[in-house]
Design a binder for this molecule. Structure first.
Ligand code: ISL
Ligand code: CA
Length: 558
């Protein structure tokens, strides 16, 4: 069996990766064209955000048919070719399994809607309303009610994301078998495994009770819809019936999953999943309702970031859990803009964040464009494409009475589109992404910020990613070794030791845009040897260590 934990994974959000036929939309042939680029980078696996037939209200996460490729992306032949070409280069393909919901155009849902007595009705959650209102007070992930009304049957159905993403009822055994069939179909084709979309949301409170019934208005029902006990039962069944029959990787997306939850999902004894993403680093600065919760948006400090990071590292190690380690993806702002400095220290901070992600305990993920230090692309209102952003603009004004100009500025900052603008390949028109009209704006900074330039420069961010991937692979201690945090109270730098019985590596990363000092007098850290760093100048160890803005170093301890 493959040891998937030691792999390096690159996420492709296909729509914005590379367009091969000039229609302005990235596609599978476009990905094939870039496989050599990915091979040079040194990654092992590609996680492909959904490429199935989709209604595209949530760009691929609202699936009409799991057995067909979205024609905008190509054909099943293109997919098979991608799989084969990737394999020739030693790269595996991870598919996105969206099993919490289907789109309202999926045949299951169409049958369910057409005929209330159809067996498919129970594949979803159809309920009568309460006094002219939805069945309960649940608020959707994207704002507004979680229920969508069907005028024909006068019933509501549960839609926890967009109104066309209909939540599946995992209580229904035939539905579950239907999902397992889909999984077998793709695994039999030879894919490497699945990233599972909001997999911790598949079981809901049996009675679909109101959240905090005494409170007025909609409430986000976290405890009633996330990490429910039965989620584990279903995942164990899925593992028994499907996953255990294949040598495949499994990564769950744990929307708002806590440490105890992630341990249960990923502990080998649970026989559920191998690894899980958590959201806690990205929730920093957000209100409890997420990125657009303007009432509680706050400024976070490096110490807050460290606290979350260290606690996850230590707890997963102590309790035997395993995370997918990531700083950005298609749902989050660009990591340099969010955690680093996208102006003066763009290069330095991109490298520092890379070094951090690749020296932690957990399996590292890279999101397309991260490896060249892409930054948020501020978009004007008519350039927004994401449903969540467009909807939140209305919700903020109508339900929360925020003036339009403030709503706009909140959206502009946190919009998922920030990280969905096209990959910047070169300095040619549209950053070399397409010869046609791109479906979403290209960040105008592509003349100075693109992969082709970075490939030429030994000091570039891209070169640093390559070197860092190679560095991680050369030092298995970075995957398997223990994690011990030092200098917890230091306000700027993250400092830790990774150790196994062969090696002891000492990592220091300045997370700030200021110079900083760390005092190692009176510690037993003496004369370690520098083996890797973000800054190329010779940096001997000193008892009072001085780090430049976003400087990171790795020493070997005796
Ligand atoms: O981005 C978010 C909202 O601000 C997250 O809460 C997000 O909805 C959550 O991470 C679940 O994400 C996944 O499922 C969604 C889809 O829109 C995201 O792109 C996907 O990663 C629904 O399928
Ligand atoms: Ca195309």
């Amino acid at each position: 069996m493959t040891n998937w934990k030691e792999k390096v994974i690159y996420q492709i959000w296909p729509r914005s990766f590379n367009d091969s036929n000039g229609d302005g939309i990235g596609d599978l042939v476009g990905i094939i064209e870039k496989l050599d680029y990915l091979k040079r980078l040194g990654i092992d696996l590609i996680w492909l955000s959904p490429v199935y037939l989709s209604s595209n209200k949530d760009y691929g996460y609202d699936i009409d048919d799991y057995y067909h490729i979205n024609p905008e992306f190509g054909t099943m032949e293109d997919f098979d070719k991608l799989l084969e070409e990737a394999k020739l280069r030693g790269i595996g393909i991870i598919m996105d399994l969206v099993a919490n919901h289907t789109s309202d155009q999926h045949e299951w849902f169409k049958k369910a809607l057409d005929d209330p007595s159809s067996p498919y009705r129970d594949y979803y959650f159809f309920r009568k309303g309460k006094e002219g209102s939805p069945p309960n007070n649940w608020m959707s992930f994207f704002g507004g009610s979680s229920w969508t009304y069907d005028a024909k049957s006068k019933e509501y159905y549960l839609t926890q994301f967009t109104p066309n993403q209909c939540d599946l009822n995992w209580e229904n055994v035939n539905m579950r078998q239907g999902i397992y069939d889909i999984m077998r179909f793709w695994l039999d084709k030879g894919i490497a495994g699945f990233r599972m979309d909001v997999i911790n949301a598949i079981s809901k409170d049996e009675e679909l009770r109101d959240k905090d019934p005494d409170k007025k208005g909609l409430q986000f029902p976290a405890e009633l819809t996330l990490n429910r006990p039965k989620t584990h039962t279903y995942l164990q069944e899925m593992n028994r019936e499907v996953l255990s029959k294949y040598d495949c990787i499994t990564i769950g997306e744990g929307a708002l999953a806590g440490q105890e939850d992630v341990v249960r999902y990923t502990h080998p004894d649970s026989k559920e999943l191998q690894m899980m993403f958590h959201f806690d680093l990205h929730m920093l600065g957000c209100g409890s309702l997420g990125r657009y919760d303007f009432r509680k948006l706050y400024r976070w400090r490096i110490l807050d970031f460290k606290k979350v990071l260290i606690s996850w590292q230590t707890e997963m190690q102590k309790q035997g859990g395993w995370i997918g380690s990531y700083l950005s993806n298609h749902d989050q702002r660009r990591q340099v803009s969010l955690f680093g400095d996208d102006k003066k220290f763009r290069r330095e901070s991109a490298k520092a964040l890379c070094l951090l992600n690749f020296t932690l305990r957990g399996t590292p993920f890279i999101y397309q464009g991260e490896e060249i230090g892409m930054v948020d692309c501020p978009l004007r209102q008519h350039e927004w494409r994401d449903y969540e952003a467009i909807n939140a603009y209305e919700v903020l004004q109508q339900m929360m009475h925020v003036p339009a100009f403030i709503a706009r500025s909140i959206i502009k900052k946190a919009n998922r589109d920030n990280a969905r603008t096209p990959m910047q390949w070169n300095a040619m028109k549209n950053a070399g992404f397409t010869t046609g009209k791109p479906w979403i704006k290209v960040n105008p900074n592509y003349m100075q910020l693109n992969a082709e330039d970075d490939e030429k420069h030994p000091e570039s961010i891209l070169t640093f990613y390559r070197d860092t991937i190679a560095f991680r692979k050369k030092h298995p201690v970075l995957t398997w070794g223990s994690f011990t945090s030092l200098c917890d109270a230091h306000k700027k730098a993250v400092v830790y030791i990774r150790e196994d019985n062969k090696e002891k590596l000492f990592v220091l990363i300045n997370m700030s845009n200021n110079h900083t000092k760390i005092n190692f007098k009176n510690t037993n850290i003496k004369a370690p040897r520098l083996i890797y760093s973000t800054h190329k100048e010779e940096r001997p160890f000193e008892e009072i260590m001085k780090l430049a803005p976003f400087e990171g170093r790795v020493y070997e301890l005796n």
